[in-house]
Design a binder for this molecule. Structure first.
Ligand code: HXC
Length: 520
């Protein structure tokens, strides 16, 4: 009978140990995970990476806590799968929490596995993605678990602006655990199977007597529509993973890496005749700015972020001539495209992301002003609006602004006007660049004349017409050199393509200092 050599035996033993670890929490808990509509941590990793490219790191790590019976409890992989692999041929690092192993709870060693892959991602200058599905800090372990989160938050912060960081909430995320997602650039959530909150329904009921379900309080739709914490609400785990891959296709590996380009047959010389008729005859009527963004994008492909929150402004990635561009656009279809607290926050964070990763910015302005009212004032529209000014001003990437229609008052400045730092401003013939709308303006500056006129309404109409003739067009601004160019809407894509190309090597000298103090 053939006997096995020592190495062969060791290999067999190793394979058995490895096989056992790969089984995670076992068949029953895997079934429970499936029954609740979720993939397992390992299935998520397999579905995410290009076939056969995932390389697991620190599979054999074990917890070392002996408290509250943990000395007798094996937690496979300590409840998290970590490693790296290729997504559409590009390297990405991952941590995928395994709910079948002690509820994916985060103990000291679980955290250290995540630290390791985050450190690797930073050193390798590659994106880091986290699939969260966890009961939170491992209660039996105590403070080392909390410190585990501390180390993750610290790394999230150090990595900010250096490598893209994406979190997918694919199960529970409660308490302080929510702060790692919030520190990353993009948060995806899966509808009906994921939730995140600082304090759950039970605590809320006990402390303030309010009754609310998990989903209503912290589900994907709540965070995608109400709080803005979630950028992408997805249908299920598979949809979530596919959408993360799409987002990654727009992002460079790091702030020092080139932008990823994609081949297109969509000519940069393509005209967009549909844009010549998109502005309604009546200036008070809305239209869908998303159609403008679609028209100018390569192949009409728009990757809108934060789609369900602050819909009065669009933030989206597109490509022009195959290269990624960040678009910020007021949307008159919702709330007349007004700037409010949420729209300012949404746009500011997007601008800073684009700037950090060298993605040029195109702004489409059609904005009647800042939203008036006590609710906005007391919510701090002053400081939130200031964020937008700060974000645009400090951004050094190419910044091109297109004024499609209204561009009034402080909001005109806020939507990347020339003196806020736009490199090049263009306006459609329908542009109205003014301190405010003609009617409001005349009611203020001609109050006495209108009141004392024999026919006040006729007088008001005449004065409004005169004000409109002066300002409700792009010519006054063009005469003053405040805008560089007036163009027919159909030419917008062509002109943007030329300008983005001409500015692609833009460099800006910055003052030597530690960092700006953005009005957070
Ligand atoms: C240790 C945990 C755990 C945790 C879950 N488990 N959460 N173990 N620490 N935080 C274990 C359970 O004991 C169970 O183990 C297994 O995971 C699955 O959990 P179930 O309760 O059976 O699952 P389910 O019914 O689906 O409920 C999921 C849950 C619930 C809603 C997440 O487990 C839960 O409420 N957990 C506690 C959540 C929480 O309060 N976390 C906050 C911790 S403090 P067995 O062995 O029975 O299979 C915190 C602060 C972080 O996170 C601060 C950072 C700065």
């Amino acid at each position: 009978m053939e006997t096995k050599g020592l190495t062969a035996k060791r290999i067999e033993e190793f394979e058995a140990k490895k096989g056992s670890l790969l089984e995670m929490g076992g068949a029953a808990l895997i079934q429970k995970q499936h029954d609740s509509g979720k993939l397992t941590a390992r299935e998520r990793v397999q579905a995410f990476f290009d076939e056969g490219t995932f390389q697991e790191v620190q599979l054999f790590v074990k917890h070392r806590s002996t408290l509250f019976g943990l000395d007798k409890k094996e937690i496979k992989g300590d409840g998290v799968i970590t490693g790296f692999g290729k997504v559409n041929g590009r390297d990405v690092f991952v941590a995928s929490q395994d709910f079948t192993s002690a509820g994916g709870s985060l103990g000291e060693m679980h955290a250290k596995k995540i630290w390791k892959v985050m450190d690797m991602a930073l050193d390798a200058r590659k994106p880091f993605v986290s699939f969260n599905d966890s009961g939170g800090a491992r209660i039996q372990e105590g403070i080392p678990a909390l410190d585990g989160y501390g180390g993750i938050f610290y790394r999230n912060t150090m990595a900010s602006g250096y490598i893209p960081q994406i979190t997918a909430i694919m199960g529970p995320t409660a308490g302080g655990a929510v702060y790692s997602p919030a520190l990353t650039d993009w948060v995806f959530m899966v509808k009906n199977t994921s939730y995140m909150y600082i304090t759950g329904p039970e605590v809320i009921k006990a402390v303030i007597g309010e009754e609310v379900s998990h989903e209503e309080l912290g589900g994907a739709i709540a965070h995608a529509t109400k709080s803005g914490v979630c950028h992408f609400a997805t249908e299920n785990d598979t949809d979530c993973l596919e959408k993360i891959k799409t987002l990654l296709s727009f992002l460079p590996d790091s702030c020092h890496s080139p932008l990823p380009t994609m081949k297109t047959n969509d000519s940069v010389l393509r005209q967009c005749p549909e844009l010549d008729t998109i502005i309604p005859d009546k200036s008070s009527r809305g239209y869908d700015m998303r159609k403008v963004v679609e028209a100018i994008a390569d192949d009409g492909c728009v990757w809108e972020c934060h789609e369900l929150w602050a819909r009065n402004i669009i933030v989206a990635f597109i490509r022009i001539n195959g290269s990624p561009v960040g678009v910020i656009a007021n949307n008159p279809k919702f709330g007349a495209g007004v700037l409010d607290v949420n729209a300012s926050d949404k746009a500011s964070r997007f601008i800073r992301f684009c700037d950090a990763f060298n993605i040029p910015i195109v702004t489409f302005a059609d904005v009647p002003g800042y939203m008036p009212g006590t609710q906005q004032e007391w919510s701090g529209i002053i400081s939130h609006g200031a964020k937008l000014l700060h974000a645009y001003s400090e951004a050094t990437v190419p910044k091109i602004t297109v004024v499609t229609r209204k561009d009034y008052g402080g909001a005109y400045i806020g939507m990347c006007s020339k003196y806020l730092g736009a490199d090049y401003v263009m306006a459609w013939p329908s542009a109205e660049i003014a301190v405010m709308g003609a009617e409001g303006a005349c009611n203020i500056i001609y109050r006495k004349e209108i009141a004392s006129a024999a026919n006040p309404e006729a007088q008001r109409a005449e004065l409004i017409a005169a004000y409109e003739a002066q300002f409700n067009n792009p010519y006054f601004a063009a005469n003053m050199g405040i805008i560089e160019e007036i163009l027919a809407p159909r030419e917008t894509r062509m002109r943007l393509a030329v300008l983005l190309d001409v500015y692609k090597n833009k460099t800006v000298k910055k003052l030597k200092k530690k960092h700006n103090n953005i009005p957070l």
